[in-house]
Design a protein around this ligand. Structure first.
Ligand code: G3P
Length: 234
């Protein structure tokens, strides 16, 4: 999967639900194709299949439970079933859908078994360090206190990002690190890349924007300018 990338978490926002989920996913697809930047929509579960069937970009789920074999698990999300409908990856341990640490490890193992890309969220550098021991594909550092505030982690708490990257890479240098929380402007994205991440996990800055397409396009252009300057990094 080409990095840097942009993950767009639709959360449970009405602005990104049902038909609007498809509209936003199509915007992700258009911008991704036009600017050749990986953009991944993360819709609500009941919209996943419809979105996946109608776009030609990767689509992720918002959560998965530590369940290895599909079966008698009411209300749970099972990796095997995500795979069946063609989903490409999943968030794990988002701060709005927290899991005990041992379950995070189980989820990483199970998603790997089913060929799903794992993006684990970590609220702090220390949590990132613990999760790194499970070797997920990505860890997204997201201080919960900045989520939905419009105050970006990359600008307001750069040391959380840099210390997270350092701790994670010490455990496993292969893990790709993202950051999220409050990402709203292209400057926030530029800062995130300058700090050493390979992209951003964003929700309200896109979903609730007056013009999501314009904002997402600004993010994609920022990534491309950054790649031109720092070809050696990617
Ligand atoms: O998963 C993304 C996230 O929690 C950040 O949310 O609204 O601050 O971009 P937001």
């Amino acid at each position: 999967m080409k990095v840097p990338l942009i993950l767009v978490n639709f959360k449970s926002y009405q602005e990104a639900s049902a038909e609007k989920a498809l509209t936003l996913a199509k915007i992700c697809e258009d911008i991704s194709r036009e600017h050749k930047v990986t953009i991944i929509p993360i819709p609500q579960f009941f919209d996943l299949q419809k979105v996946k069937e109608n776009v030609k970009i990767p689509v992720f789920g918002q959560h998965v439970d530590p369940i290895e074999k599909a079966g008698s698990f009411t209300g749970h999300v099972v990796a095997e079933n995500l795979k069946t409908i063609g989903i490409d990856g999943t968030l794990i341990n988002h701060s709005e859908r927290k899991l005990p640490l041992k379950d995070v490890g189980e989820c990483v193992r199970i998603t790997r078994k089913f060929g799903l890309i794992s993006v684990c969220c970590a609220a702090t550098p220390n949590e990132g360090e613990k999760i790194a021991r499970f070797s997920p594909d990505f860890i997204a550092i997201e201080p919960p206190e900045l989520i939905g505030t419009g105050i970006s982690v990359s600008t307001a708490k750069p040391q959380v990002v840099t210390s997270g990257i350092e701790k994670i890479k010490k455990i496993n240098a292969q893990i790709k690190v993202l950051c999220g929380a409050g990402i709203t402007t292209w400057e926030d994205v530029k800062r995130a890349l300058e700090l050493g991440t390979v992209g951003v996990l964003v929700a309200s800055g896109i979903v609730k924007a007056e013009n999501p397409k314009e904002v997402l396009e600004g993010f994609a252009k920022t990534i491309n300018s950054f790649i031109r300057l720092r070809e050696d990094m990617f």
